[in-house]
Write a protein that binds this ligand. Structure first.
Ligand code: FMN
Length: 340
């Protein structure tokens, strides 16, 4: 059934088709129709970060940036839904076109640049949602906030979303906000993590609940750099790491239409790079911090590979565009088979 929908959606520009999909999934969610698209509930209870997940396959950040279709995505069978990246103030993102399909490679290139309606709008949407499962809220900085003051933006978002999120993801790995990725290194990373941890403690007191913090990293670091990030996350008492965001590499798409567009590459070509980061992290962390793996899951078996590499949960973005909702069940089933 999705192959028909895909044929129609792929006739539209990627961004129009994206907006239409969010509208349809959101409307289906409000009417309670989306569950009809899945054969039966996809249950595979999983506990990570002290949270109870209906299954370990989640929606990755960036598809529902404003939280417009939370119920709709949940009804499709995702075990958790991550919305955002959201910034303190609304911002338009980069000029269009900024989203490109590379269908021959099951890949996407995007340079959206955190287009979003701001954290206040997102919270309205969260309040309107009925979803009672695990909701991640992914936070970032505004384009025009100097990177030296990035911490202020993360803290402003954290203050606002804290009471409404099951966990909060700190996105320091988008390639489309100049300077953002520098926050993954050295003293900048340590200062950010320290500020976040202190604020998390204050907010835990204020709200009477501890909301876990996950840090989302890029696949474009050397193994040594990834190991340093892992050590810094443990040292700072973070709760999870999400690996990975999109890549700047063009390996695997050379010569294809749109492969020269600027931005982050996702989908099948990032899969092995991303799984490699999961393996390096797993080796360094030795179970001290859970890993949420994302990047290039386009078949159920890829989800199982990520779990075998050391992840506790997985997320999907590009694979959902190419394969549709059936991929969620396929991934859950493949992970279930691993547990047997
Ligand atoms: C169009 C697009 C927009 C994205 N926006 C965000 C975002 O706002 N925040 C974020 O943390 N990741 C964002 N991502 C990255 C995805 O969450 C994911 O980490 C990456 O695409 C790799 O997974 P995939 O191969 O399953 O797509 C975006 C990806 C795409 C394709």
């Amino acid at each position: 059934m999705y192959s028909l929908a895909r044929e129609l959606l792929f006739k539209l520009s990627p961004e129009t088709s994206h907006e239409l999909s969010i509208d349809l999934i959101g409307a289906g969610g409000r009417l309670g129709l989306n569950a009809l698209l899945t054969k039966s509930p996809t249950r595979l209870p999983t506990q990570v970060m002290g949270l109870q997940f209906a299954n370990p396959v989640g929606l990755a950040a960036g598809l529902d940036k404003n939280g417009d279709a939370i119920d709709g995505f949940a009804q499709l069978g995702f075990g958790f839904v991550e919305i955002g990246t959201v910034t303190p103030r609304p911002q338009p993102g980069n000029p269009k076109p900024r989203l490109f399909r590379l269908p021959e490679a099951d890949a996407v290139i995007n340079r959206m640049g955190f287009n979003n309606l701001g954290v206040d709008h997102l919270l309205q949407r969260v309040r309107a949602a009925k979803f009672k499962g695990v909701l991640g809220i992914n936070i970032g900085k505004n384009f025009d906030t100097p990177v030296e003051r990035a911490v202020d933006d993360y803290l402003a978002c954290l203050d606002k979303v804290y009471a409404h999120a099951s966990y909060v993801t700190v996105n320091v790995s988008s390639p489309n906000t100049p300077g953002l990725r520098s926050l993954q290194f050295g003293d900048q990373l340590k200062a950010l993590l320290e500020a976040l941890r202190l604020r998390q403690e204050d907010l835990a007191q204020l709200h009477g609940k501890r909301v876990p913090l996950a840090i989302k990293i890029a696949p474009d670091m050397s193994d040594e750099e990834t190991a340093l990030v892992a050590a810094a996350l443990v040292e700072a008492g973070m709760d999870a790491v999400i690996a990975t965001n999109t890549t700047l590499s063009r390996e695997g798409v050379e010569g294809l239409a749109h492969s020269d567009e600027a931005g982050g590459l996702s989908g099948a070509p990032v899969r092995d790079k991303s799984t490699h980061v999961v393996k390096v992290l797993a080796g360094e962390l030795g179970g001290r911090l859970p890993i949420i793996a994302v990047g290039g899951i386009t078949e159920g078996k890829h989800a199982a590979e990520k779990i075998a590499a050391g992840a506790s949960l997985v997320q999907i973005y590009s694979g959902f565009i190419y394969k549709g909702p059936a991929l969620i069940r396929e991934a859950v089933d493949a992970i279930a088979a691993l547990r047997k």
